[in-house]
Write a protein that binds this ligand. Structure first.
Ligand code: KG4
Ligand code: ZN
Length: 336
């Protein structure tokens, strides 16, 4: 059987990324140009700046990805590109680039859903992982509990009603003076803190066992900080971070394991930027072990935005016959 080599392109938020992936699971190159330092000045991603930076970097990262894989565009069988969800201007850069290459080289064009990409990151290092399985996708923009029925076939059983998990990390980090991006910083300082120091709420959503809500937790942290200031109680940054992180992790683990048990899954995966959180990983690992469930997770570099995951997802879409037309457009609120 002939190898299928896919060039994956990702530009939905603040990472410009390109990757060459063989047969969906073998990453030949994975180039990521992060804009984090640029956006740190503003405390978060500025969409217009992101779009402009993507335009500057997109050709560079694609050239690097091909060079690292010791390939040229003549060796590529298809182009996979994220077309949503994400920032419209940022997405358009990747989509336009992918269309231009596909048209010029007469290659199949495959639009990929960003979340399908995050989930597919699990296939890269876990060669034995195949659907069906349950997957918790936790990133800056999404908190989805997904049932992966088959390649390209998903059912969302739980989602956040307000803030995404990563968004909560970023907002709380800002409030306790850690800056942007908050997730990795909270992860790090939490190691020095006591996760049981402050009793933050574990929110339940009244009519759903699987849905999440993080805005109440964020408010509870802000109220706690204000209370300390008013009463002149010193704020221990590491304790606030660790207690907040524990509250998020507890809820994510509880809901995910509830779904695993109800649906009887023996395989569970995590994905998305927050999936690189060390406390979440060890708590999920333990919870899965206790239930005899196999636990899968990508390496941290494949959890946060990258194009290897887009190449992996595009491969299975390619096999299923998915082809996008020249009218492929950026869809900021694309549904899975
Ligand atoms: O998947 P991603 O790169 O972009 C989106 O699709 O949103 O996720 C970025 C999010 C940010 O909110 C960031 O703070 C969070 O993932 N994140 C983390 C960690 N690393 C990244 N959150 C908690 N712990 C981490 N170690
Ligand atoms: Zn993402």
């Amino acid at each position: 059987k002939k190898d299928i080599v896919i060039l994956g392109i990702e530009s939905s938020c603040d990472e410009t990324a390109a990757s060459v992936v063989r047969n969906g699971r073998e990453v030949l190159s994975n180039v990521i140009s992060s804009q984090i330092a640029l956006h740190t000045l503003y405390g978060g991603v500025v969409p217009e700046i992101a779009s402009r930076k993507h335009i500057e970097k997109i050709n560079v990262v694609i050239e690097e990805a091909l060079a690292e894989a010791h390939m040229t565009l003549d060796d590529i069988d298809a182009i996979g590109v994220t077309y949503g969800p994400g920032l419209v201007g940022a997405l358009l850069v990747g989509v336009s680039e992918a269309k231009a290459i596909a048209y010029a080289k007469n290659l199949p064009l495959i639009g990929v859903h960003h979340i399908e990409g995050h989930i597919s990151a699990n296939y890269i290092e876990n060669k034995d992982l195949e659907p069906p399985f349950a997957c918790l996708v936790v990133s800056g923009g999404h908190t989805h509990l997904v049932i992966v029925k088959d390649y390209g076939k998903y059912e969302i059983v739980g989602r956040t009603r307000d803030d995404a998990a990563g968004e909560a990390f970023d907002k709380v980090a800002r409030a306790i003076g850690l800056g942007y991006p908050g997730g990795p910083k909270i992860d790090k300082v939490s190691k020095e803190g006591n996760p049981n120091a402050i009793a933050f709420p574990r929110a339940k959503v009244a009519d759903s066992a699987y849905d999440f809500s993080f805005s109440g937790l964020k408010s509870a942290v802000l109220n706690y900080l204000n209370g300390c200031k008013m009463k002149n109680i010193p704020i221990v940054q590491a304790d606030v971070a660790a207690s907040f992180q524990k509250a998020v992790v507890d809820v994510l683990v509880e809901h995910a394991m509830h779904a695993v048990e109800e649906y009887g899954f023996k395989k569970f995966a995590i994905a998305g930027g927050v999936a690189s959180n060390s406390a979440l990983r060890s708590a999920m690992e333990e919870a899965c072990k206790k239930r005899g469930v196999a636990f899968y997770h990508p390496s941290p570099i494949l959890c946060t935005d990258n194009a290897a995951m887009i190449g992996a997802a595009a491969y299975y879409e390619y096999l299923a016959g998915t082809r996008s037309g020249w009218d492929l457009n950026a869809v900021p609120n694309l549904k899975l």
